[in-house]
Design a protein around this ligand. Structure first.
Ligand code: NAD
Ligand code: UDP
Length: 350
């Protein structure tokens, strides 16, 4: 059985589905602070079989001990965490507590239970502002400009120190570039709380009429069209990389670092054009000043994951956007129930 922390969230729910489809038994631990139980129901529906779900906090040591004592867990995928950069600046302690202390509590419980295989959600943010593209894993980590990025770098150091202290550990640090898209069914996808920070969720909410226009943060970057460039990767490709990493960790000990990206960068303007093509409608947008802390460009060299895991991203930008659009247009309010005034007359009558 695989323990998946944060398995009700955006990436976690897609990973749980992929694990179930691969025949694994799955236990999800999630406190639902940024997700919905409905995501779990839909994953079960798509997989055609059930999973174990426990609502609880990854920092709760007695709960963790009870879970490891009750279930035959052989490895852990650790997605539980907080990820909003701006919020992390306002509430740094909450970020360090969840992302760093939560990871420590989990590793302590794992060690006590004799479980030493861990896949950890890290981020390309740990590279900071890199002078050269694409980014390989041996590039020195940078200085993240916010507590979210710092917390990911700190958790990585904790895990590296742990693996050095005890040769039984096999830990994969997966550095994600920019996960977007959704499962092709349109049943599960990204459902951010409040105003989205990330580009695609914002574009989607504009397209379904929840927001007036997209703010393009900066058109004066030293990039071909002046807007920021990122390496967007389909969430289903991303989670397939997790299953490959899990498999590889059966054979290797210590810490392994893998970039999960496509190796291709797209600018904000290119994203808008491709999005308009997919939705068939114009996306209202306006140029604004640069967003504090943003870098001009960032894309991966995913060659190490290809060589060592036999994994590479397969889905192109249009399919990422088409899948995201299917999810958002089928679920304009995400996992929230329709508000009474939006219910159909039949639904209101029933
Ligand atoms: P998400 O917010 O959708 O999922 C995180 C899940 O963790 C949520 O279901 C939330 O309820 C749960 N959670 C949070 N705190 C918890 C706690 N204390 N105990 C138990 N559960 C808790 O985010 P996501 O996009 O799915 O990200 C998953 C992981 O990947 C995070 O660690 C994030 O930092 C990392 N990551 C995400 C991105 C991205 O762009 N989405 C990029 C790089 C890294
Ligand atoms: N971006 C934007 N408007 C938004 C959100 C993001 O123009 O509302 C830009 C941002 O400046 C960056 C790119 O889109 O160039 C990706 O931003 P995102 O926050 O999704 O990812 P990150 O910056 O964390 O890589």
């Amino acid at each position: 059985m695989i323990l998946v922390t944060g398995g009700a969230g955006y990436i976690g729910s897609h990973a749980v589905l992929e694990l179930l489809l691969a025949g694994e038994e799955v236990l999800v631990l999630d406190n639902l602070c940024h997700s919905s139980r409905i995501a779990i129901d839909r994953v079960e529906q798509l997989a055609g079989r059930p999973l174990q779900f426990v609502k609880g906090d990854v920092r709760n040591r007695s709960l963790l001990a009870a879970l490891f004592a009750s279930y035959p867990i052989r490895a852990v995928m650790h997605f539980a965490g907080l990820k909003a950069v701006g919020e992390s600046v306002r509430e740094p302690l909450r970020y360090y507590e969840t992302n760093v202390s939560g990871s420590i509590a989990l590793c302590q419980a794992m060690a006590e239970a004799g479980v030493f295989r861990l896949v950890f959600s890290s981020s390309a943010t740990v590279y900071g502002e890199s002078p050269m593209m694409p980014i390989t894993e041996d590039r020195p980590t940078g200085v993240p400009t916010n507590p979210y990025g710092q917390s990911k770098l700190m958790a990585e150091s904790v895990l590296k120190g742990l693996a050095e202290s005890d040769p039984r550990w096999s830990i994969g640090l997966l550095r994600y570039f920019n996960p977007i898209g959704a499962h092709e069914s349109g049943l599960i996808g990204e459902d951010p709380n409040g105003v989205p920070n990330n580009l695609l969720p914002y574009m989607l909410q504009v397209a379904v009429g929840r927001r007036r226009q997209l703010n393009v943060y900066g058109a004066d970057y030293p990039t071909p069209d002046g807007t920021g460039i990122r390496d967007y990767i389909h969430v289903v490709d991303l989670v397939k990389g997790h299953l490959k990493a899990l498999e590889r960790l059966e054979a290797v000990r210590g810490v392994s670092v893998w970039n999960l990206g496509t190796g291709k960068g797209h600018s904000v303007r290119e994203m808008i054009t491709a999005f308009e093509e997919v939705t068939g409608r114009p996306l209202p947008h306006v140029i604004k000043p640069r967003r504090a802390g943003d870098i001009a460009q960032c894309w991966s060299d995913p060659g190490k994951a290809w060589q060592e895991l036999g994994w590479r991203a397969e889905r192109d930008l249009i399919s990422m956007l088409a899948d995201a659009w299917r999810w958002q247009s089928n679920n304009p309010r995400g996992y929230a129930e329709p508000t009474p005034e939006k219910k159909t007359p039949t639904a209101l009558a029933s």
